[in-house]
Design a protein around this ligand. Structure first.
Ligand SMILES: [Mg+2]
Length: 194
C-alpha cells in the first residue's frame, strides 16, 4: 500500500471560489472569482496543502455547455490565482441523464485525487457550500467546512462553518496537523460565525 503523507484541501467551485449565480456558470465572463480567494489559496499553499477543485457540472450532461467551456473557466481561475490549483476534477453527469459515482455526494473524485497525490485523508479537508459537498467529504474521511450557515434541510452537518474561503483557510491553519481524531464532527462550533 502506498504511503499517504501528503495533504490537500478539496475545494468546491461555485459559491466557494467563484460567485454563486443561482444558475450554471460556464461563460468565462460570468465566472467571477470571489475577492478573498487568491489570498486564501496562497495561505493554504504556503501551509503545504495541495489545492484540488472537485466540481459537479451537470450542465455538461444536460447539453447546456461542454468541457471546453468548463476548462475555459478554470483557466480564468488559475490566471486569477497565480496557477496555485494543482488539479481540477469534474463530474459532468446528472441523474436525469445517467448515474455517476463521481458526482458529489459521491466521493470518487476525491478518492481519485487521493490516489494520484498520495493524500492522507486525516490531514485533508473539504470546503463546500452545499450538503452534498459535506457528504462527499465525510465519505472520503476528510474534515469538512461548510461556507455558509448550518442547514438541516440540506445534507449532513459539517465539522466547521465559515463565512468565506478566507475564514475557512484560517480554520484549517489553526487546526494545523492535529489530525481528524482531534475534531468533533458536527459538534465543534469554534469555527462558527453568525
Ligand atoms: Mg457550490
Amino acid at each position: 500500500m502506498a504511503v499517504l503523507r501528503n495533504r490537500a484541501v478539496f475545494l468546491d467551485r461555485d459559491g466557494v471560489l467563484n460567485e454563486e449565480r443561482g444558475d450554471y456558470t460556464w461563460r468565462p465572463n460570468d465566472f467571477r472569482v470571489l475577492p478573498d480567494v487568491p489570498g486564501a489559496l496562497r495561505r493554504l499553499k504556503a501551509e503545504g496543502y495541495h489545492l484540488i477543485v472537485v466540481t459537479n457540472q451537470a450542465g455538461v450532461a444536460k447539453g447546456l455547455y461542454g468541457m471546453d467551456d468548463v476548462r475555459a473557466c478554470h483557466e480564468k481561475l488559475q490566471a486569477t490565482c497565480g496557477g496555485l490549483i494543482d488539479a481540477f476534477y469534474v463530474a459532468p453527469g446528472h441523474p436525469s441523464v445517467s448515474e455517476s459515482l463521481s458526482r458529489k455526494p459521491g466521493s470518487l473524485l476525491l478518492e481519485k485525487a487521493m490516489a494520484r497525490f498520495g493524500l492522507d485523508p486525516a490531514q485533508s479537508w473539504m470546503v463546500g457550500d452545499r450538503g452534498r459537498d459535506i457528504a462527499a467529504g465525510h465519505r472520503a474521511g476528510v474534515r469538512t467546512i461548510r461556507v455558509g450557515k448550518p442547514d438541516p434541510q440540506d445534507g449532513p452537518a459539517a465539522d466547521y462553518y465559515a463565512g468565506s474561503l478566507e475564514e475557512a483557510a484560517r480554520l484549517i491553519v489553526a487546526a494545523g496537523t492535529s489530525g481528524k481524531s482531534a475534531s468533533r464532527p458536527g459538534a465543534d462550533r469554534d469555527g462558527w460565525t453568525a
